[in-house]
Design a binder for this molecule. Structure first.
Ligand code: UDP
Ligand code: MG
Length: 314
């Protein structure tokens, strides 16, 4: 029988996990033609998430869990899940029921027909989200689509079902600074998009503060574009042109009116302005160097502390 692996990153999700577990087992129960494997990745939770996972594993043989030694982030958890997944198809979804499990049968039908390698989901709206959050998300998508070769779909969620082949392609990208939305696009393959209405988180609260999202978006930009590095050269050229014009103006003014010392406040402003731009550009270059430094160390993306995987016989 065909095996579908469902990868679920969980970070402090004790409130919502029981709901999620009953929802996913209900869907799995209805899809009698396929086998399921439920891979829960506990991303260093400090609440009762791990003990819940242990109890799920006890009642249901399809459950496998991996518990990290600390919080490594959702990207690391998704990567771990994809690495451990054995299925011919692999799904990734959030634990908070914002990714409706009821869509899985429809997604499976589309990939299984062979017409698509992947079925991805996007939400039609951002109901229940603050205006600033939606506006900055929109700005981010505009920007990254312009400065990188990616075409990211606005409102895309990480919730998707993909073929083994595509999952392996994603796994072949072993970078430490992971930005999955970009990676999924970068590997290519035929993707079908399904839309659904935004669902509010069932229980608990979001793990992403505005600041964390902002840093994540910068990571995404840096991971898939080197355009910010070009800023230095661009600004340099503009400033050079401006300074040539200013020199000509000053020479002409001095020759005609003989006015050599005026304008030192303007000079001070220019020194600050140019100094600021130089620091900004060095800072941008520094960010890329820092990222290369982290990559080159080749540290593991995650560390597993506990799992029930060895108890399960294939
Ligand atoms: N998550 C995780 N590690 C983290 C943060 C989040 O594994 O450091 C998981 C979380 O448990 C959930 C999913 O990633 O299953 C999405 O997180 P959340 O719902 O908080 O994000 P939002 O939907 O608000 O963007
Ligand atoms: Mg959520």
């Amino acid at each position: 029988m065909t095996l579908i692996s469902v990868v679920v990153p969980c970070f402090n999700e004790e409130k919502v996990l029981p709901h999620f577990f009953s929802a996913i087992t209900e869907v799995a129960g209805k899809m009698t033609a396929v086998d399921f494997e439920l891979l829960f990745i506990d991303d260093g939770s400090t609440d009762g998430t791990l003990s819940l996972l242990r109890s799920f594993a006890q009642k249901d043989r399809r459950v496998r869990y991996y518990s990290f030694s600390r919080n490594f982030g959702k990207e690391a958890a998704m990567f771990a899940g994809l690495e451990k997944a054995a299925g011919e198809y692999v799904a990734v979804m959030d634990a908070d029921l914002q990714d409706p499990p009821s869509l899985i049968p429809e997604m499976y039908d589309a990939v299984q027909s062979g017409e698509y390698d992947c079925v991805a989901t996007r939400r039609k709206d951002r109901k229940g989200e603050s205006l600033i959050r939606s506006a900055s998300a929109r700005l981010f998508y505009k920007m990254i689509n312009r400065v990188s070769n990616l075409k990211l779909v606005e409102g895309a969620r990480d919730f998707r079902l993909m073929s083994r082949q595509m999952a392996d392609a994603v796994l072949s990208m072993k970078e430490y600074n992971r930005f999955s939305k970009g990676i999924f696009e970068w590997v290519g393959f035929r993707t079908k998009w399904i839309e659904f209405e935004n669902v509010a988180r069932k229980e608990g609260e979001t793990k992403w503060s505005f600041w964390k999202l902002f840093l994540y978006s910068l990571d995404g930009l840096a991971a898939f574009s080197t355009a910010p590095l070009a800023i230095a050269s661009f600004v340099g050229i503009i400033l050079f042109i401006i300074s040539v014009i200013m020199i000509i103006v000053i020479i002409v003014k001095t020759l005609i009116w003989g006015d050599p010392v005026a304008g030192w406040p303007a000079l001070a402003c220019i020194v600050f302005f140019v100094g600021g731009i130089q620091l900004l550009c060095t800072g941008i270059a520094g960010q890329y160097i820092a990222k290369s430094y982290i990559e080159i160390k080749g540290r593991p993306i995650y560390i597993v502390k506990e799992t029930n995987a060895h108890d399960i016989k294939p």
